[in-house]
Design a protein around this ligand. Structure first.
Ligand SMILES: *[C@@H]1O[C@H](CO)[C@@H](O)[C@H](O)[C@H]1NC(C)=O
Length: 227
């Protein structure tokens, strides 16, 4: 636990700093802001990949869905904690760099407050994680094939990892208990249903936002206008 915590606390900020540096070296024309934005997304996607792979390993190694404890599932918590702390700081950095052009010039209590007061912060944060690989609009890549393939990948992975996950869990429980899946909500404690519902609700909302963005992206493409 302490070892994982220590390693993760060094690795995420380390990767971030390294990426900002090497981008400055590899793409000197980019502004610090762009390098920070891209680096934060790169580190986020590394974490997302690690989390997904760990999740798959855990699922593949658990036979008894109720009683099995797989060490990786427990250990990964100690990766998440330093990551979240690091990520909050990087989110602030990004916010500061983006608003610097218009208002705030220095790091101050006011700039931290303006960051915290962004009520749509969490949505933005999650969407940022999702668009990790999406080339930013200013790179003028909105119309490229890569951008569209990435959009589809986001849609599919989000759907599989954050929405299908819930019916999958209920299905696993149904198999374990030997009951049909629609009986599961009545078999498990009420608070589990409530917790699951409140977890899936924001995911559905975000999925709707992503779909809307996708529709806009595909309907505004030049090839569609010709049809
Ligand atoms: C969600 O439901 C599953 C059963 O399908 C249950 O094992 C799990 O504990 C629930 N999640 C929460 C956070 O209660």
């Amino acid at each position: 636990m302490w070892q994982t915590l220590a390693i993760a606390s060094v690795v995420f900020p380390g990767l971030f700093a390294l990426s900002v540096r090497s981008l400055g070296w590899a793409a000197p024309a980019w502004s610090l802001k762009d390098r920070i934005l891209l680096s934060s997304r790169m580190v986020s996607s590394i974490q997302a990949t690690m989390a997904t792979v760990s999740g798959i390993i855990v699922v593949l190694n658990c036979k008894d869905v109720v009683h099995d404890r797989y060490w990786l599932a427990v250990e990964y918590v100690w990766v998440i904690v330093p990551y979240m702390i690091y990520d909050i700081y990087v989110m602030y950095l990004c916010h500061w760099h983006k608003s610097k052009d218009t208002s705030e010039k220095k790091h101050s209590l006011a700039s931290v407050r303006s960051f915290l007061e962004k009520d749509r912060l969490m949505v933005t944060h999650h969407l940022f994680i999702l668009v990790v690989l999406t080339p930013v609009a200013q790179l003028k890549m909105q119309d490229t094939l890569l951008h569209k393939v990435n959009g589809i990948l986001i849609l599919v992975t989000f759907f599989l990892c954050r929405i299908v996950l819930f019916p999958f869990m209920y299905g696993a429980y149904a198999r374990h208990a030997g009951i049909p899946i629609y009986m599961v909500p009545f078999h498990i404690p009420m608070h589990c249903n409530v917790a699951n519902a409140s977890l899936i609700a924001p995911q559905l909302y975000w999925f709707m936002l992503i779909c809307r963005k996708a529709v806009r992206l595909y309907s505004s493409s030049p090839s569609n206008k010709n049809r």
